[in-house]
Design a protein around this ligand. Structure first.
Ligand SMILES: Cc1cc2nc3c(=O)[nH]c(=O)nc-3n(C[C@H](O)[C@H](O)[C@H](O)COP(=O)(O)OP(=O)(O)OC[C@H]3O[C@@H](n4cnc5c(N)ncnc54)[C@H](O)[C@@H]3O)c2cc1C
Ligand code: FES
Length: 501
């Protein structure tokens, strides 16, 4: 499953890893957070290295829907319910600063941006009240939103809240511009360099960053890895990994132009994307949705098929060009975790938990991290740091913890009571099964006619993996690590591949 954005040849090549080199700052992860952070540091005259385990944009940013909006579905009422008004205001102020920063940057670099209305709509009569609530909260934090009773779209809607003049873009074009600028200012970006550990030294000693290729040293290490790869601070336990699907289509006739997001179930996210140029310029339609906690869906392919059926129903003649998937991490209160890592001796920082609103939140996290380290924190960042956890957010966190416990028990019970691996039938094409060798779960799959057996146990904290048939991967239902059919780590808090069996 390759996204529309990643489906073109890349012209940048990785820099060299220099074993034992020392930097002011090492940024781990080359998504939007990592590259904006690296650019801010390089602009401040710091010697910076970015280490990326796969390639630039490989994980969430290269597979996003890339709407850059301050109206974010029902995010504002969620934050308001779990925190309080001042935090909701600080969240919007931080997102506004981020949106302005990114738009100004993209204009300076001639990266194409399309300005569109952002629309949160009710897809059911029950959703109307949710729309009205979002309107009230958005107004209370200064967003110039409007209510609209009807939309000019071919599917049923029951009221909508609209914020004019938001933006959308191709996220890979954004990453390419950022990477080129980081390099122009002397920064290095090394792809294929997975960080396996970071040790903060005693005061005034540099932190040590470990990879398979060797070690680097830095005054500060910034973990911009989606979910943090270090378990200190137990962030993996506070985050809910949610996977979601995007499909793109060539559509005959007119496509609605705005950026739409349903506030209720089934979730639907729509936007357009320019394709072709000159005489052949046209617009593609992107339709996303059908999200679920990572590793906990019985058939992920059924969710992709459902998106396609829905689109073909409402946009007759739509021809699927791409389908892809990605995950992001939800915090109990809807506000990202950004700042220093506990027990990191002030040398290790993290940013995570954007809840599918990373185009703004990645940039506000970068602005926060750099000001945390080098000074000049804006008021909104200070307010977000002093956020208190309210009972509603604690309840959400406890619910997530209970679900993780249940999936841990279910996975091991299923494997221990299930068939021995040598008694399993050969899985059908694009399918995977869990068996056991002794008491240890083993995952067996068939992809492109090749059978493969790998450990069925996640190397992070021992979750039993489940099969993802849309992406032919092994996914962990506990904290969201994912592995290819042959065991290579794709994403998540794990730092090791699966053992071959
Ligand atoms: C389906 C979907 C649609 C979305 N749509 C929108 C949208 O319309 N608007 C919006 O604002 N947001 C959207 N988001 C959210 C947004 O895409 C993400 O929040 C954002 O891209 C996260 O950026 P990031 O840099 O933090 O993470 P990533 O882009 O995931 O980057 C993290 C990088 O760290 C690397 N890494 C991980 N571990 C290591 C390691 N050990 N060593 C070295 N490197 C490592 C990874 O390979 C990866 O490249 C969407 C998310 C999803 C899932
Ligand atoms: S990701 Fe934590 S146990 Fe798998």
């Amino acid at each position: 499953m390759t996204s529309l954005w990643l489906d073109s040849p890349r012209d940048q090549v990785s820099d060299e890893f220099v074993d034992g080199a020392t930097y002011d700052d090492v940024v781990v992860g080359a998504g939007l957070t990592g590259l904006v952070t690296a650019l801010l540091l390089a602009r401040a005259g710091k010697k910076v290295a970015v280490l990326e385990s796969r390639f630039i944009g490989a994980v969430a940013t290269g597979n996003t829907s890339a709407k850059l909006s301050l109206l974010q579905g029902i995010q504002l009422q969620k934050i308001k319910r779990h925190t309080y008004q001042a935090i909701t205001q600080a969240y919007v102020d931080g997102n506004r600063a981020a949106q302005e920063w990114l738009l100004e940057y993209l204009e300076s670099r001639d990266v194409p941006v399309q300005f569109r209305d952002a629309i949160s709509y009710a897809g059911t009569p029950e959703g109307t009240e949710t729309v009205e609530r979002e309107f009230r909260v958005a107004r209370s934090v200064g967003l110039d939103v409007k209510l609209r009773a009807e939309l000019d779209v071919p599917f049923a809607t029951f009221g909508a809240v609209v914020l004019a003049n938001q933006a959308q873009f191709d996220p890979v074009q954004v990453l390419e511009a950022l990477a080129a600028d980081v390099r122009e200012l002397g920064g290095v970006i090394v792809e294929g360099a997975r960080v396996t550990g970071v040790t903060a030294g005693p005061r005034s000693q540099p932190a040590r960053v470990r990879t398979a290729a060797g070690e680097l040293f830095a005054k500060h290490v910034l973990l911009t890895t989606g979910t943090p790869i270090l378990d200190r601070g137990l962030y993996f336990a506070k985050l809910k990994p949610l996977r979601s699907y995007v499909t793109s289509y060539a559509v005959p006739g007119v496509i609605p132009e705005a950026m739409y997001l349903s506030v209720d179930s089934p979730s639907r996210s729509l936007r357009t994307a320019p394709s072709g140029d000159g005489k052949h310029a046209s617009e593609q339609l992107l339709v996303g949705g059908n999200g679920h906690p990572v590793g906990r869906a019985s058939s992920t392919q059924a969710r992709v098929d459902d998106l396609q059926e829905w689109t073909e129903r409402y946009f007759p003649g739509a021809r699927l060009t791409h389908s892809w998937s990605a995950q992001d991490y939800e915090t109990p209160h809807g506000v990202p975790f950004v700042g220093y890592l506990p027990r990191g001796r002030g040398a290790i920082y993290l940013a995570t938990g954007y809840d599918k609103w990373g185009m703004t939140n990645a940039v506000s996290a970068s602005l926060t991290l750099v000001s945390d380290i080098y000074g000049g924190s804006p008021d909104w960042a200070t307010a977000l740091h002093h956020r208190a956890t309210l009972p509603a957010a604690m309840g959400a966190g406890l619910g997530n913890g209970a679900a993780v416990g249940w999936w841990a028990a279910k996975g091991w019970a299923g494997a221990l009571l299930g068939p021995r691996v040598d008694a399993l039938p050969r899985p059908a094409e694009r399918q995977g099964l869990i068996g056991r060798a002794g008491i240890l779960p083993v995952g067996v799959s068939t992809v492109n006619s090749a059978s493969c057996a790998v450990s069925g146990v996640c190397p992070h904290l021992g979750g039993v993996l489940t099969w993802n048939d849309a992406e032919t991967s092994w996914d962990c239902p506990l904290h969201g690590s994912r592995f290819s059919a042959t065991g290579e780590l794709l994403e998540g808090p794990a730092t090791r591949d699966l053992a071959q069996k």
